[in-house]
Design a protein around this ligand. Structure first.
Ligand code: SF4
Length: 273
């Protein structure tokens, strides 16, 4: 049977250290603001029964990816083993896949995006800094898999929260882990989460069908509200300036209505306050 790659993230073990985020950025030399791996901080309950956890998210490598159907140049495609990747030679940078992804996990690289230090290109950015007007995303480190290596985020997680491998092989570590821990699969995708007992399912990414339907509702709402905004915009104020606010609210709703807080590190001056 062909291999089908999947990943389990055990939220009971994640301490939100960002090693996965940093390892991924280093490996792929992504630009500031482009994170294939994202760290979300979630909290629920009220004192004295309040809780918090970190929920790391990334491309879910959907079974029937909306991004692939949306691509007009077949630049993005699903490999036989599951990872969804982009052929930069074919990508025209139209951004259709970015709009189509219901999980908001694709990044359009435009000419005005700088590298980390503007004047200096870091060694890890040398290859990626030449890529403009294309879409980037997590590939499950497809090139590394071809060499028999694991994804960078998995290798560098100090809590060993991530288990990656072939879910079609009953003898693989991931299959045994799934049998033992019974994680929640994000239905229609290659991702699984071990969700702590008292944590609500809604705090991890929604199933693909639900994510698509939330995205559709948000788009329809945005369309009708921007229509109203166009009608109501005061003279001299472009309708887009009014509708832009609605756009931000809609993006926050995509992802199953989960009020994720993408956790932000404090700068050293903020920390010393
Ligand atoms: Fe495509 Fe988004 Fe699904 Fe990843 S999560 S396969 S980018 S639709």
């Amino acid at each position: 049977m062909t291999a089908k790659y999947g990943m389990v993230i055990n939220l009971e073990r994640c301490i939100g250290c960002y090693a996965c985020v940093v390892a991924c950025k280093q490996c792929w030399g992504t630009r500031p603001g482009v994170n294939y791996n994202m760290m979300n901080y979630v909290e629920w309950g009220e004192y004295p029964d309040a809780h918090q956890r970190y929920v790391s998210t990334m491309c879910n490598h959907c079974d029937n990816p909306p991004c692939v159907s949306a691509c007009p140049s077949q630049a993005t495609y699903k490999t036989d083993e599951g990872p969804v990747i982009v052929d930069f030679e074919l990508c025209e940078g139209c951004g259709a896949c970015v709009d189509a992804c219901p999980y908001d996990h694709r990044f359009l690289i435009t000419e005005d995006m700088t590298t980390s230090y503007e004047e200096v290109v870091m060694p890890c950015e040398e290859k990626s800094s030449k890529r403009v007007n294309v879409t980037e995303k997590c590939t499950f480190c497809y090139e590394r898999l071809a060499e028999g290596l694991q994804p960078m985020c998995t290798v560098h997680c100090p809590g060993q929260c991530r288990i990656f491998g072939d879910v079609n092989d009953p003898e693989s570590d991931i299959s045994k882990y799934i049998a033992d821990k019974k994680p929640t699969q994000i239905a229609g995708t290659s991702m699984y989460y071990v969700v702590p007992e008292n944590m609500d399912r809604s705090l991890v990414p929604p199933d693909l069908a639900d994510a698509v339907s939330t995205q559709m509702s948000a788009k329809n709402e945005k369309k009708s509200t921007s229509g109203d905004a166009a009608k109501k915009a005061p003279e001299g104020v472009p309708a887009a300036a009014v509708a832009g606010v609605v756009g931000v609210a809609a993006v926050a709703a995509v992802g199953g209505g989960v009020a994720y807080k993408r956790s932000k590190r404090k700068s050293s001056s903020e920390q010393s306050e």
